[in-house]
Write a protein that binds this ligand. Structure first.
Ligand code: ATP
Length: 450
């Protein structure tokens, strides 16, 4: 049997331990969808909360927004998505599989690897391919009881447009001075031709986006500040710095609205791929919405009396790709006490469980009661604690290592005063080194909050 790849190990750990399940699994799944289990939700929420704090609430120049997923179809006409949000689709005339023409090389199977020489043949069966046709990736739906062309709507393929159409509302409510930004976290939907690589390319995902409105003359300076901010983010979530690469997207390859784009790429187990994007979108979106809606979207600079359309810098981050990058970065294997172990080396600010609290033995009521008491007390200030008394202590450590819990706290007979000098102390175990030290119960809160 071929050696299990790192990716296989991550996918299987994610399922076994309740991070990520296949979408609609008991019905055979639905391609391009994944469901986040209890620990996956906790990890995602920690990522989103940290992003919201760093990109929105910690800053005086940022405003938050939560726009509707369904928007008037005219939004997507104005933004260019109805006309141009498409990928070239080809179909194999023999096996009828469909592929993205420009990414067909990624699909080549082992069986035909040697024979496959160019993208004009099916990467599964080497059958003849049709000519490419443009396939729009927006999910179309209808709104209301009558289905006609006026009821057409789309599930949003990006969160950004919800921000642009609310630009004027935020200006009218808060009168912010330029530069200022609006941040939003929310779902986006793309009918990807070939969803692949676990949660890397999916049909339903979440984005964390900022549209930062500036005077167009100052775009370079703001672009650089947001570039630095993205690097600070990558560090804050504990991604391995050497695995993140900035790619200056050359002329001709950028989206039509962008004058400069940097892709932040990450060394995923399946290769170096885009994790995030940073784009200078000029005043393209506001000017399109001004034109199509007939509403004035200009900003009045009170100091100079000048009216103009602000330009925009957009840091765009995918939540699901963040989860996958963190899982890939954190996944480690080593040997501890003569046994192989796999563990997730999460930063404690994003770990789904900050610490696990155990009674040494499950069947000693006095140990369980003390452990429960400590757990209850700590939980007041550290909500993501876990109480665990299943199986023996070795098994519990292994389970907590596998889900990336930075610390385990064990309550034993010494805690209760069997050795009087150790009364009211517990053992605190470190996930990465396996080292245990005795600490006072009263110190736990600050140690775990570090
Ligand atoms: P790609 O070239 O990989 O399709 P993109 O350039 O189309 O990505 P953007 O439109 O810039 O992506 O979207 C911004 C961010 O949203 C991406 O950097 C990524 O983190 C996330 N993202 C985009 N498409 C998907 C998807 N299908 N599944 C998961 N995340 C996605």
């Amino acid at each position: 049997m071929a050696e299990e790849t790192k990716m296989d190990k991550i996918v299987s750990l994610a399922k076994r331990r309740g991070f990520i399940y296949q979408g609609s699994e008991i019905y055979g799944g639905l391609a391009g969808t994944w469901d986040y289990g209890p620990l996956g939700v906790a990890l995602k929420n920690n990522i989103k909360n940290l992003w919201w704090k760093m990109f929105v609430t910690d800053r005086e120049d940022m405003y938050g927004l939560d726009a509707a997923l369904l928007m008037n179809a005219k939004v997507w006409e104005a933004s260019g998505h109805v006309e141009g949000f498409s990928d070239p689709l080809v179909e194999c005339e023999k096996c009828h599989r469909r592929f993205r023409d420009d990414a067909i090389i990624n699909e080549v199977t082992e069986a035909v690897k040697e024979e496959f020489q160019n993208g004009r043949r099916c990467p599964f069966c080497l059958g003849k391919l049709t000519e490419p046709r443009q396939f729009n990736m927006m999910f179309k739906t209808t709104v209301g009881a009558v289905e006609d062309s006026s009821s057409v709507s789309y599930l949003r393929p990006e969160t950004a447009q919800g921000i642009f159409v609310n630009f004027k509302n935020v200006v009218d409510s808060f009168h912010p001075k330029l530069p200022f930004g609006i941040g939003q976290i929310g779902k986006a939907f793309r009918n990807e031709i070939t969803p692949r690589d676990f949660v890397f390319r999916v049909r339903e995902f979440e984005q964390m986006e900022v549209e930062y409105f500036i005077n167009g003359k100052e775009w370079e300076e703001h672009f650089e500040k947001w570039r630095q901010m993205m690097l600070a983010w990558v560090e804050a979530i504990g991604l391995d710095k050497d695995s993140v690469h900035e790619l200056e997207v050359p002329d001709g390859e950028r989206a039509h609205y962008s004058k400069r784009t940097i892709d932040f790429e990450f060394d995923f187990p399946f290769g170096r791929k885009e994790l995030y994007g940073l784009a200078y979108r000029t005043d393209y979106d506001l000017s399109q919405h001004q034109k199509h809606s007939g509403q004035k979207l200009e900003y009045l600079d009170e100091a100079s009396g000048e009216r103009f359309l602000p330009h925009v810098i957009e840091p765009s981050l995918g939540v699901d790709r963040t989860v996958l990058a963190i899982l890939s970065s954190a996944y480690q294997e080593d040997e501890m006490n003569g046994e192989k172990r796999a563990y997730l080396k999460f930063n404690s600010n994003i770990a789904p469980v900050r610490a696990a609290i155990f009674p040494l033995l499950k069947n000693k009521p006095e140990l369980v009661a003390k452990a429960r008491e400590i757990y209850g007390e700590l939980k007041k200030s550290i909500p993501n604690l876990m109480f665990d008394d299943n199986g023996n202590i070795g098994k519990r450590y292994r389970r907590q290592d596998e889900i990336g819990t930075p610390h385990c706290v064990t309550i034993d007979f010494d805690t209760l005063g069997e050795k009087p000098e150790l009364k009211d102390t517990v053992t605190l175990r470190d996930r990465d080194t396996g080292e245990q030290k005795r600490v006072k119960i009263e110190e736990l809160n600050s140690l775990l909050n570090k």
